[in-house]
Design a protein around this ligand. Structure first.
Ligand code: TGC
Ligand code: FAD
Length: 390
């Protein structure tokens, strides 16, 4: 890992500001020092490394673009993307923790919360004192969250929340959960549910072969009394959680490039060192084809992400544009992980190298935040005007 240098085949650094490079390099050094050396062990043990929370906060990974007055890093969208890229170079599960905290917990509180809610939660989430999770998916409603059955009733001085969420990143240790539920009229609202509220539990989901260093769990609400001031007042309807997904998917489009870079870099170095038939395997046409295609795809993904970053910073990126980048870049990364694994031969299946871990992690990344299929259907809807998923 010490030798890692991000491939930059098209001199894309020239498109970045000094601040972008500073932010990226700080994240990169931290990942090299504090994540890469320990992450394999935690993944093997299926445990989230709690000790990295402080470091994640210090590199600005919790709320990179949230204003400084709320404790955020006050950076732009490309900086956010670059931080996600560097974290995912280490591990997609660690990036998941940062994505959820920033885009799925801090973002809705910042965008849809009251000033009191912002002041109460955002600084603690930015510093890592509070960790959050985001409950949208349910056992019977994954790709179709609009069908959710989790609901709350107005009981005068509080709301009574019932239902269950499944596949929730950070749930087992989260202090707060941003939960999406329907009111008596069937309208979706966001509620902040706090650990310790009676009837609220977060059992962990075990036996994952993917994102093993990220804790995943359920959220169960059994007549939970939620104070009325915990409802996010600024926006309701499915568009509210979908707006958060826009931000998280943007970060994932960048993050996946990090995983791909790490696989490419590892495979390239191995191919130059591994001798078979008296010459480096990197000198064979078959392995060069794999490596040349990898760098081509990484470069295309970098350009897509950079342009999306500019559009998002200008407030012009559409949901469909974000879908295209999330879908393309995660698919690019998973294909590179599979090819890179083969370049390492038998060594590729061991935890001595990061590739197999990336490959397994990316199986979740290609499914969460909208599956590969759903993003294709979003593009299809955008260009034809006809929703094929309905
Ligand atoms: P549809 O009828 O298209 O839209 C419903 C309402 O929402 C509005 N809207 C948006 N508003 C803001 N931002 C967006 N991006 C929006 N997209 C749509 C829309 O205008 C409409 O408003 P209104 O006022 O007319 O009601 O909704 P649909 O039910 O047909 O669904 C569309 C579909 C399938 C694309 C959507 O449901 C979808 O994206 N499904 C995928 C679900 C998903 O991505 N789940 C992710 C869960 S979170 C997660 O995975 C975290 S992993 C995190 C980690 O560890 O990193
Ligand atoms: P389904 O929706 O049942 O889909 C199954 C298959 O059917 C997929 O291949 C899908 O593409 C396909 N399909 C579905 N609908 C259509 C259609 N109309 N046309 C064609 N094909 C279709 N959710 C959260 O809310 N918060 C989290 O923090 C979170 N973290 C996660 C962490 C992990 C590790 C994982 C695996 C998931 C996480 N999720 C989270 C849930 C994730 O968003 C869902 O898994 C995802 O949206 C897909 O839902 P599903 O698993 O129910 O699959």
């Amino acid at each position: 890992p010490d030798l890692f240098e991000a491939p930059d085949y098209y001199n894309l650094d020239e498109l970045l500001t000094d601040e972008h490079k500073l932010v990226r390099d700080a994240a990169r050094s931290w990942v090299k020092r504090d994540v890469s050396p320990i992450i394999e062990e935690y993944a093997q043990r299926a445990e989230f490394p709690n000790q990295i929370i402080k470091g994640l906060a210090e590199i600005g990974a919790f709320g990179p673009y949230i204003p400084e007055k709320y404790g955020g890093a006050g950076l732009d969208q490309i900086s956010y993307g670059l931080i996600m890229q560097e974290i995912e170079r280490g591990d997609s599960g660690v990036r998941s923790t940062a994505s959820v905290q920033s885009s799925l917990v801090m973002y809705p509180i910042w965008k849809y919360g009251s000033e009191e809610q912002r002041n109460k939660y955002l600084p603690k989430l930015a510093s890592g004192e509070f960790m959050g999770c985001f409950g949208l998916t349910e056992p019977d409603h994954g790709s179709n969250p609009g069908g959710m059955t989790t609901n709350f009733k107005d009981k005068g001085d509080h709301y009574l929340l019932n239902g269950a969420k499944l596949w929730i990143s950070n749930a087992p240790f989260a202090d707060i959960a941003v939960v999406w539920a329907k009111n008596e009229e069937g309208r979706i609202h966001g509620l902040v549910v706090e650990r310790g509220m009676e009837g609220f539990s977060t059992p962990e989901t075990h036996n994952k072969w993917s994102l093993r260093a990220s804790a995943t769990g359920e959220l169960i609400f059994d007549n939970v009394k939620v104070p009325k001031e915990n409802l996010l007042p600024g926006k309701s309807g499915l568009g509210a959680p979908l707006g958060c997904l826009d931000s998280a998917r943007f970060g994932i489009a960048w993050g996946a490039i990090g995983a791909a870079m790490d696989c490419y870099d590892t495979a390239l170095r191995y191919s130059k060192e591994r001798i078979q038939f008296d010459k480096p395997i990197g000198g064979t046409q078959l392995q060069q084809k794999k490596l040349a295609e990898m760098i081509t795809e990484i470069t295309k993904a970098q350009l897509l992400a950079w342009r999306l970053g500019v559009l998002r910073e200008e407030g012009k990126a559409t949901t469909a544009q974000i879908s295209m980048a999330k879908r393309n870049n995660v698919d690019m990364a998973i294909k590179i992980a599979r090819e890179a694994r083969q370049i390492l031969g038998g060594m590729g299946i061991t935890g001595e190298y990061s590739i197999m871990r990336h490959m397994m992690n990316l199986e979740s990344v290609i499914t969460y935040e909208g599956t590969h299929d759903i993003h294709l259907l979003i593009t299809g809807m955008d260009i034809t005007g006809i929703a094929a998923f309905k």
